[in-house]
Design a protein around this ligand. Structure first.
Ligand SMILES: Cc1cc2nc3c(=O)[nH]c(=O)nc-3n(C[C@H](O)[C@H](O)[C@H](O)COP(=O)(O)O)c2cc1C
Length: 188
């Protein structure tokens, strides 16, 4: 059985909605089991993470980088780093912020460096960028044009019931499906 863990933090639910979309994408692939854990729970689940074939990391972008709560999980993983528990697992990442840019790329870079420190194999987004020509719209997949991971944007005055918009959630779902497909090929 191929297993994919999704570890995320979300202060106000937006990145949580994105994490659920990633998990939905993983679950679309037959024979792949998904474990959705928030960053606090994950710090009690090191054996589960050790047994997973892939871990997808997700954090809101706070002050241009991962949230303190997600960073706490990163730092707590140093024991797994030392014993190389995650070496050769598949990794990927996602982030939500309020601004169109909001410096989200820095958060994804941070997650990719984190995965590299663990000896993991980073999987990026394969979708072409959307909403970058006169016929484009915010409803395009990958409307924020990210290759390193899945980005989503949530208006600061809207709750997680409506933000991020559907195209961002489908973009996250696509990344989850891609991670599961690749992980199954490698480890299934
Ligand atoms: C402490 C803090 C810092 C933030 N910094 C940024 C930022 O650097 N860029 C940005 O676009 N939005 C920023 N925001 C807005 C959040 O990224 C946005 O509200 C996001 O949807 C929150 O995700 P969450 O609901 O998963 O916590 C910040 C919000 C907070 C609370």
């Amino acid at each position: 059985m191929t297993t994919v863990a999704v570890v995320y933090h979300s202060g106000y639910g937006h990145t949580g909605a994105q994490a659920q979309a990633v998990a939905r994408g993983v679950a679309k692939v037959e024979g792949v089991t998904v474990h959705l854990l928030n960053a606090e729970e994950a710090q009690q689940q090191w054996e589960l993470l050790k047994a997973a074939d892939a871990i997808v990391f997700g954090s809101p972008t706070y002050m241009g980088s991962a949230s303190a709560q997600f960073k706490a999980f990163m730092d707590a993983s140093s024991k797994a780093w030392y014993t190389r528990d995650w070496k050769d697992k598949i990794a990927a990442g996602f982030t939500t912020s309020a601004s169109q840019s909001g410096d989200k790329l820095n958060t994804l870079v941070q997650l990719a460096v984190f995965a590299a420190q663990h000896g993991m194999i980073w999987v990026g987004q394969d979708l072409l960028p959307g909403n970058n020509n006169s016929k484009g719209s915010v409803n395009d997949l990958n409307r924020l044009g990210s290759f390193l991971g899945a980005m989503a944007q949530a208006n600061a005055d809207e709750g997680a019931d409506v933000a991020p918009i559907q195209s961002d959630l489908l973009t996250a779902e696509h990344l989850g499906e891609r991670v599961a497909t690749i992980t199954k090929k490698m480890y299934g």
